[in-house]
Design a protein around this ligand. Structure first.
Ligand code: NAD
Length: 517
């Protein structure tokens, strides 16, 4: 094995197109090493599936156990390191990410498929999060609170949880890991990181940057491999105090059950069935621009992707006509080609799943207006591509209106008025991101009040979160946690409450202060 496994500074080869495949092991206790069982798996370019980007160690319970032991050893020293010192390491990591932005973006397009401009956005989000968390390192971490007793001081402080398992999906291969790793590290936790099996190379690159930035051995450990083996072992491990998971709803629920049984803390960021409400008084051109970006950006593979267009009857014909006209001009292709609008689907399994939803929509008699097929013309046959797909006359009870598709498929649901629009938009098990297009301030504010989701947009599509604000969803999308922003620290810390009595005598709260009362 070459690259990280050989103990070298970094993986072999530059990250640009055409570089040789890398071979990477796990990163445990400050060194790269092969998995205990020696098994490996490959990462492919979804635009040209024959292109292999690298081979990676397929981790199992033994590898996870080794990583947890390393984290346990490193935790006390890291927890005692002053927070500004921890933040300095993040600052250096943020600078390294910025220096390597273009190479990382190109690598992301090759490993995950999203078009280069979006890959640059993903890396930028990672830079923003890393630098934001570096800045948080000198903020107050608690409150001084008055005591009811004399000569007594009370304050609170945040303390790390311990060993945190971070499990991430493939659709934001750099940004989402930074959302978890950076606040967890800043807070003083030791980490075992299990990235998605479709994008392990980006995870290796991120870990290399954190090592180069000066992270001490054992503080961050990487175990690559499948969810069923490496991920499940991490969730089950008794020494892991908390799991931070972003991924599908089904897996999230099984992880929550396992963590609940073990009394383990768990934060979940799951799927969405996001809707854009378009009212008849809205700016239709703007709404069409938003729908195109929200539904087909990242080939619809975003947790916040616009999957439903809830359109007031008075606007539905004009809106639909314009949207269909624009969709037919979108070009599918390799995301490194500047002419490409829509890149590939991550893998064959997801491609089949998306097509299954087209069949379900047709079976339920929704009207297919565009797309609806696996794209195989010319070089598209080398990858996993799906035509941008629009269904009209969709009813709220149809599967395509209820279940997360996670692909370039959008449904138009006509509604009579604002009231019905709100009911339909709220009418799924998810609550991640909802949007409303209107020029009427009253209706905009009513929508803000009544839309049941963690994120609401007015006159903007359902995608476009900024890292300095809380991110997450209500209902089936999560379990009440919010990542990003200053709320990220809630996910990765415990509160400690401290009372200091310097009166030199026993003072009894509630009793001494209310004698005879
Ligand atoms: P996934 O649930 O299949 O996998 C996510 C991660 O969990 C991967 O690392 C995977 O290996 C791991 N995993 C799978 N089974 C596991 C198990 N039994 N135990 C432990 N770990 C396991 O999801 P995906 O296909 O990678 O990502 C797509 C999903 O992620 C979509 O549903 C999408 O909506 C969701 N997502 C949500 C957000 C959000 O913030 N709400 C963001 C991005 C993606």
């Amino acid at each position: 094995m070459s690259g990280p496994v050989a103990g070298g500074p970094a993986a072999s080869g530059p990250a640009g197109a055409g570089s040789a495949p890398t071979t990477s092991g796990h990163y445990i206790g400050g060194r790269w090493r092969e998995g205990v069982a020696g098994a490996t798996f490959a990462s492919h370019n979804p635009a040209h599936v024959d292109e292999v980007l690298g081979h990676f160690a397929a981790g199992d319970a033994d590898d996870v156990d080794a990583a947890v032991r390393a984290a346990k050893e490193a935790f006390p020293g890291w927890a005692r390191t002053p927070m500004p010192e921890r933040a300095d390491i993040l600052l250096r990591a943020g600078r390294l990410l910025a220096e390597r932005k273009e190479a990382l973006s190109r690598l992301m397009t090759r490993e995950m498929g999203k078009v280069l401009t979006e890959a640059r956005g993903d890396v930028q989000e990672g830079i923003d999060m890393t630098l934001f968390m570096a800045g948080q390192g000198r903020r107050p971490t608690g409150e001084t609170v008055p005591s009811e007793l004399r000569r007594k001081r009370c304050f609170t402080e945040r303390v790390p949880i311990g060993i945190v398992g971070c499990i991430t999906p493939w659709n934001f291969p750099l940004a989402i890991p930074t959302w978890k790793l950076m606040p967890a590290l800043l807070a003083g936790n030791a980490i075992v990181f299990k990235p998605a099996e479709d994008t392990p190379l980006l995870a290796v690159r991120l870990v290399e940057i954190l090592i180069e930035a000066g992270l001490p051995p054992g503080v961050l450990n990487l175990v690559t491999g499948t969810g069923e083996q490496a991920g499940a072992a991490l969730v089950r491990h008794p020494e892991v105090a908390a799991i931070s998971f972003t991924g599908s709803a089904d897996v999230g629920r099984s992880i929550a059950a396992a963590c609940g049984g073990a009394g383990k803390r768990v934060s979940l960021e799951l799927g969405g069935k996001n809707a854009m409400v378009v009212l008849a008084d809205g700016d239709l051109e703007l709404a069409v621009d938003g729908a195109l970006w929200g539904a087909f950006g990242t080939s619809g593979q975003r947790c916040t992707a616009t999957s439903r267009l809830v359109v007031e009857r008075g606007a539905v014909d004009a809106f639909t006509e314009r949207l269909v006209a624009r969709v037919t001009t979108l070009r599918l292709g390799d995301g490194l080609d500047p002419a490409t609008d829509v890149g590939p689907i991550i893998n064959e399994r997801q491609l089949r799943r998306i097509h299954g939803y087209t069949e379900a929509g047709q079976g339920e008699r929704a009207r297919l207006l565009a797309g609806g097929a696996i794209a195989t013309e010319g070089t598209l046959a080398e990858g996993t591509f799906y035509q941008p797909t629009i269904f009209a006359d969709v009813r709220p009870t149809m599967r395509i209106a209820q279940e997360e598709i996670f692909g370039p498929t959008v449904s138009i649901l006509p509604v009579e008025d604002f009231e019905e629009a709100v009911t339909v938009a709220n009418g799924t098990r998810y609550g991640l991101s909802l949007a409303v297009y209107t020029r009427d301030l009253h209706k905009a504010m009513e929508a803000v009040d009544r839309l049941e989701s963690g994120i609401v947009y007015v006159n903007a599509p359902t995608i476009g979160a900024e890292i300095q604000l809380p991110f997450g969803g209500t209902k089936g999308t999560g379990n009440g946690h919010r990542e990003a922003g200053t709320t990220a620290m809630d996910e990765f810390t415990e509160w400690k409450t401290v009372y200091i009595d310097y009166s030199g005598r026993l003072q009894r709260a509630q009793i001494d202060t209310h004698q005879g009362g």
